[in-house]
Design a protein around this ligand. Sequence first.
Ligand code: IPM
Ligand code: MG
Length: 357
Amino acid sequence: MTQNVLILPGDGIGPEITAEAVKVLNKLVETDGLDICMEEDLVGGAAYDVHGVPLADATMDKAQAADAVLLGAVGGYKWESLDISVRPEKGLLRLRKEMGLFANLRPAFLYPQLASASTLKPEIVAGLDILIVRELTGGIYFGQPRGIRILENGERQGFNTYVYSESEVKRIAHVAFQAAMKRNKKLTSVDKANVLEVTEMWREVVNEVAKEYPEVEVKHMYVDNAAMQLVLNPKQFDVMVTGNMFGDILSDEASMLTGSIGMLASASLDANNKGMYEPSHGSAPDIASQNKANPLATILSAAMMLRYSLGREDLAIKIEEAVGKVLDQGLRTGDIWSEGCTRVTCSEMGDAVVAAL
Ligand code: IPM
Ligand code: MG
């Protein structure tokens, strides 16, 4: 049966990078019997400009009805002064929340060809393969109450609430333990249990869930230490599990170990593996519309989509191998370029991946 994929290019470099991922998917439709139907719609600032909101209800309905969503990126200078309730980012957050995409998988995998593109020494990052499991629909991103209020003395006070219920921690812990079981059976749970009660409870719940996975070696780490350990000795990590905000921060940090944030794919899944797939990077407005961006994170996100939501692990592997081949050929966008390599544009990179398929 034909599966429906909703493509949401978004803002900044979003349209350029998703166009390359669509090229790759179309190639698989032609040559490998991939049976999907793709439809495009607006999200973020692009949606705001047309509808006055960063995600129209009709688009939300399409996302709910689709088998998977592939998203580029949202946000840009143009929309920075808008009220926070209609900022481009709210479109993305609404999709995550209403689709119930609580489990965000962000693999930080170093292609051996890119060891010298990392800002860290090659011996520190060679062989790196970390999976960050970030809770995506709770924590301080969504906690109530939130806002900016006026105190009695007339001063403004901004406030957010960091909350997790036990069931929210449990379900993300299960996702992380199950992922660890398929990998090297090591899990690091990241918290700030020395200061924040919400993460003290997080730690207790992770320990309870751990009893169901006796083969997995569990460690707990404070987030400040985890940030340091990621640059000191990143290869100590296999799977890391953490809350929404810590995961946001640590996944950007981890991505740079792999050479560039332009390489980091992600999957956001609900309880039934329905998902939204997006590069972990942002909309990079400074290089938008210049055909310079690295489309590989989006292409690799399409691979994750084939793996987790569309039941085509074979084609996911095929894309990942094709990406390896273009890197072997020495092709590099600016963000991963180094001496002796060939600098290519965003669309040339997409064409090269299609050719390698
Ligand atoms: C990410 C992004 C988003 C987040 C923004 C764009 C809302 O940084 O996906 O990591 O904070 O989750
Ligand atoms: Mg982020």
